[in-house]
Design a protein around this ligand. Sequence first.
Ligand code: NAG
Ligand code: NAG
Ligand code: NAG
Length: 373
Amino acid sequence: MQFLPWGALSTVLVGLILPGFTVAEDANSRVQIALNALQNWYNTTSGLWNTCGWWNGANCMTVIADLAAIDPFVLDTAIYVFSNTLQNAPAYNPQPGPENKVQSRYEGAANASDWLDSAYDDDMWWALAWIAAYDVTNDDTYLGLAQGIFSSLTKAWGTRCGGGGLQWSTTSSYVNAITNELFLSVAAHLANRASSESERDTYVGWAQKQWDWFAAQDFFGPDYTINDGLLENCQNNGQTVWSYNQGVILGGLVELNRAAPNDTYLESANKIAQAAIKTLSDTNMVIHDVCEPNCAPDATQFKGIFIRNLQMLQQDSPNDIYKNVMEACANSIWANDRNDQNQLGVNWAGPFSSADASTHSSALDALVAAIAV
Ligand SMILES: *[C@@H]1O[C@H](CO)[C@@H](O)[C@H](O)[C@H]1NC(C)=O
Ligand SMILES: *[C@@H]1O[C@H](CO)[C@@H](O)[C@H](O)[C@H]1NC(C)=O
Ligand SMILES: *[C@@H]1O[C@H](CO)[C@@H](O)[C@H](O)[C@H]1NC(C)=O
């Protein structure tokens, strides 16, 4: 199936025809071309993307929604993906939670439990994806899914480190950064989309509780980067400073500051973002994770998540450094990390090695951020 709408195609053709203008120089054209390449992996039967996993699929959907929010040419593709994925993906949930039976496919009513796979972080990637779909469509079904997912996650609020936080999954007691950053981000997003003041207060309450807890724990290294998680004794485990752990928190704090303004939120976000850029960018301001080029299947997704959230911080607390990073990443991806099928790889500085829907959708986050700044 082809997803390139006529508007995008005509932009490409004009780009090819006008002298002195190449497609590669036009940021809007390149995202549309890259979206088309992403959709070559979209499997209409499963509602997911071939070559990447379940949680990565949530991020593929999110980047499509983020693009649709700023580029009307891709709206039809996005709307199709939301409804097809809603209908078909639950049957391919790799590890349905206790209340969810994989056999019970979607039958007319959206059910949040379809999106739970017992890994709390996975659940919340889908919550954010459905919020992004709601932002584009205003369809309450999508918001309801995110609310339902979040509601089930509040039952996982723990008691161990500092008497709070969430562990990674129903079966792992690992208290990691990503699960808790996502909980903050989902709560804060939902606060800004609440339909009543009391609902809003409830979500703000969760988001503030999560941030107060998170900031008081030992996730941060001395340079204000965030390590992967905590040891059994609740001390920092010194594990990898992954890009996405420096990212999700930014979007969470931006949304929390919108819902319940407090200068300390953006101060913290700026400190984290700047520490991350210092640690993770090369001399050309291109972001890296230490696993490159062998990051499959999870870490292939991370850098795009960082950039997506950096773009949110740029909206509310602009800084030329952030703009430069987003543009440097997007330009480098297009120039150095793309094959002849316009597929995008994991090392944004290049050279291109291989691509799948995860490396590609992650790089697409950077292309989208660069046109949103
Ligand atoms: C779509 O996904 C299903 C489930 O993973 C798989 O069996 C099928 O081969 C895929 N179809 C295509 C066209 O790739
Ligand atoms: C959602 O699905 C689960 C499992 O199939 C079921 O137990 C539950 O009642 C459903 N919830 C709603 C609101 O339909
Ligand atoms: C702002 O947030 C900080 C950190 O969470 C908190 O200590 C402070 O009391 C908050 N200020 C107000 C006015 O709520």
